[in-house]
Design a protein around this ligand. Structure first.
Ligand SMILES: [Mg+2]
Length: 292
């Protein structure tokens, strides 16, 4: 795990580095608030040890800025304080720090507090991860997909570019469940998830949209490119076999595709892919329809 020390005293930085040397951590440092924020943005450390008393931008200022940044606000901060004033400690904790350590450092305390903060961070990371994963298919869930779509939408409007959105729905899934049982139905979904993950490009984002519906966010791709990808998916998914008892089971999916080029909003993008998917279903399933 990565720890960033922000302190204007090189001596204090050396002391902390020496104390944490055996903890199997990657340690980075910055000697003022401005570079501390810069380093935080590029490193995304798991913990920041932040000196309160620094010339220019104080530790309190740095903490306030980091806590307002959605991407950085969850990084735990431990304040380093040479004052024994309760007021400083309370202020630091109120600003969102998880802990404080008093200078001069007691090295057992320093290590114990760092370890405790990193344990909590690790648990928090696991919870965040599981909150984004669909437990059956182990693909990203709809919440994670929506978050990624929002980020991508913002990114292409900052930097230009486009992306495509594929929605895929298993045909006659209810019949599969009715004929073979829900265990096989689940296996079908798992297998489709695995196959999509294998077949997609590394940069693409595959998710279970819900029920028997899947979605792929295709970065830097237009509708034409996405149709090609969906053709490949359709072909490979059509060859999925579950086990001997389901040999006759032929799995097909219908696909609806849209891209950001002709869309005014994210809702528009999803709606268009959904309409195209609906059209594919109505026309006779097992096909790909691109939005106009
Ligand atoms: Mg200082």
């Amino acid at each position: 795990m990565k720890v960033l020390i922000v302190d204007d005293s090189p001596d204090d930085i050396s002391v902390i580095q020496a104390r944490l040397a055996k903890e199997n951590l990657e340690i980075f440092f910055a000697e003022d608030g401005v570079s501390g924020i810069k380093e935080t943005k590029s490193l995304k450390p798991d913990l920041i040890l932040l000196d309160i008393d620094m010339p220019g931008m104080t530790g309190f200022d740095v903490c306030q800025i980091l806590k307002q940044d959605g991407e950085l606000s969850s990084i735990p901060i431990i304040f380093l304080t040479s004052s024994n004033s309760t007021e400083d400690k309370v202020k630091g904790l109120d600003l969102g720090a998880v802990d404080y350590i008093s200078k001069p450092f007691d090295h057992f305390e320093l290590r114990a507090r760092v370890r405790a903060a990193l344990r909590t961070k690790h648990m928090q990371d696991l919870l965040t991860k599981y909150a984004q994963i669909d437990p059956l298919t182990e693909l990203y869930n709809r919440r994670a997909l929506m978050e990624r779509l929002e980020n991508e939408w913002a990114r292409i409007h900052r930097n230009q570019g486009s992306f495509a959105f594929i929605m895929a729905d298993v045909d006659n899934f209810k019949d599969i469940n009715d004929s073979y049982g829900h265990v096989v139905g689940d296996e079908v979904l798992v297998k489709i998830g695995k196959t999509l993950k294998q077949e997609c490009r590394e940069s693409d984002f595959v998710a279970r949209f819900g029920g028997e519906e899947f979605a792929v966010l295709c970065h830097d791709t237009n509708i034409k490119g996405a149709v090609k990808l969906a053709e490949k998916y359709r072909e490979v998914l059509g060859n999925i076999r579950i086990n001997e008892t389901t040999e006759k089971l032929q799995i097909t999916l219908s696909f609806g595709i849209s891209d950001t080029i002709a869309c005014k909003s994210l809702e528009d993008l999803i709606r268009k892919a959904d309409h195209a998917l609906y059209e594919a279903k109505t026309i006779g399933r097992d096909r790909i329809i691109a939005a106009e």
